[in-house]
Every structure is written in C-alpha cells, then in structure tokens.
Design a protein around this ligand. Structure first.
Ligand SMILES: CC(C)(COP(=O)(O)OP(=O)(O)OC[C@H]1O[C@@H](n2cnc3c(N)ncnc32)[C@H](O)[C@@H]1OP(=O)(O)O)[C@@H](O)C(=O)NCCC(=O)NCCS
Length: 154
C-alpha cells in the first residue's frame, strides 16, 4: 500500500517453491538531490540461511538502478550482525562508515551503525536526464519524508 501511495517500496519475500511468506524488504529514506535511497530487510527465522535475502536485495537494487534515477543505495547494520554483512557483501555493497551512537538502544543507550553503499554502474553521464532526480523521485521523497515524520511524532 505504501508503494501505491508513493511513500516507499515495501515488498514481501516468498519461498518460490511453496509461495509461503518468508519476510520483507524495503527501499525508502529517499534523498533526491543525492539520488540516494536506503534498503532494509528481515526474514522469519525458519527461512534464514538459504540465500533468500541476498537474492531479494540483488533483485531490488538492480531493479532500482535500471528503472529509477537512483545512483546510490545504502544500508545500515548492527556492528555484530554478521549475516546481514554477508548479505550486503554478496549483493555488491561495500563498507562505508561507522556512525557512532546513531541509533537509540535499550535503557537510554546509543548503538553504533555500520553503513554500507552500492553505486549504480556505470554512473549516468553528468548533465544527462538520467542524472537528475526528476519530478517522480522528488514527489516520492516528499511523501517518504512525511511518512517518517509521522513515525517520529507518533
Ligand atoms: C540478516 C538476515 C536478513 C539474513 O538473511 P538470510 O536470507 O538468512 O541470508 P543468507 O541466507 O543470504 O545468508 C547470508 C550469509 O550470512 C551467513 N549467516 C547466516 N546467519 C549467520 C550467523 N548467525 N552468523 C554468521 N553468519 C551467518 C550465511 O551463512 C551466509 O553466508 P555466506 O554468504 O558465506 O554463505 C536474516 O538473518 C534476518 O532476518 N535477521 C533478523 C533481522 C535482521 O537482522 N535484519 C537486518 C537488519 S540490518
């Protein structure tokens, strides 16, 4: 529904053999001047370790680079989430930065966030229409920003 509303891409991941719901993957936090978006995902425990999220990430990122002006897709992970790090490495992402104390943790603590990025290749030629955010992406970002503001303010 949020995709239809133009806020972000939110997809289910399904077992191709049984069509059972296995988890979800999303693309949001769009920043048009940077042509950047963030991906995130989660899988039900019994479906983990079978490559589902690696495949879903590759499919979603390749689709975004082919069908939208996005040039940079990022992901944030817990520093100890080795499974997620492997997913991103296998999906062509590289380590970007460690953001100290970015996320609120339990009991008033703050958690570090290890960030990853994947760039579109080849990048669009400077000045080409594809290098510009375009009205669709700007509108998506406007609605996405409203959605996240709603989440923060409750
Ligand atoms: C992280 C998560 C999405 C990975 O999905 P998945 O479909 O199981 O991933 P894959 O099957 O593609 O496995 C990825 C790699 O991680 C490895 N792995 C899986 N669990 C692991 C663990 N507990 N410790 C170390 N490596 C692990 C796999 O062996 C595989 O490695 P390989 O590429 O060398 O073969 C899934 O574990 C999950 O939903 N976790 C809870 C939610 C979460 O952490 N979301 C991500 C937030 S950033």
């Amino acid at each position: 529904m949020r995709w239809l509303a133009g806020e972000r891409v939110e997809l289910s991941i399904r077992d191709a053999r049984t069509d059972a719901f296995a988890g979800h993957i999303q693309l949001g936090s769009i920043i048009p001047p940077l042509n950047q978006a963030m991906t995130g995902y989660s899988l039900l425990p019994r479906f983990r370790g079978r490559g589902f999220v690696t495949r879903a990430t590759v499919l979603l990122v390749d689709w975004a680079f082919e069908h939208t002006p996005l040039c940079r897709i990022i992901a944030g992970t817990d520093t100890g989430n080795v499974a997620s790090h492997r997913v991103l490495e296998r999906a062509g992402f590289a380590r970007d930065a460690l953001l100290y104390g970015l996320l609120p943790g339990p009991g008033g603590t703050r958690l570090d966030d290890l960030q990853w990025y994947r760039l579109r290749t080849p990048l669009p030629a400077p000045g080409s229409a594809d290098a510009e955010p375009g009205p669709e992406l700007r509108e998506l970002a406007r609605r996405s920003s409203r959605y996240y503001q709603g989440m923060i303010s409750g």
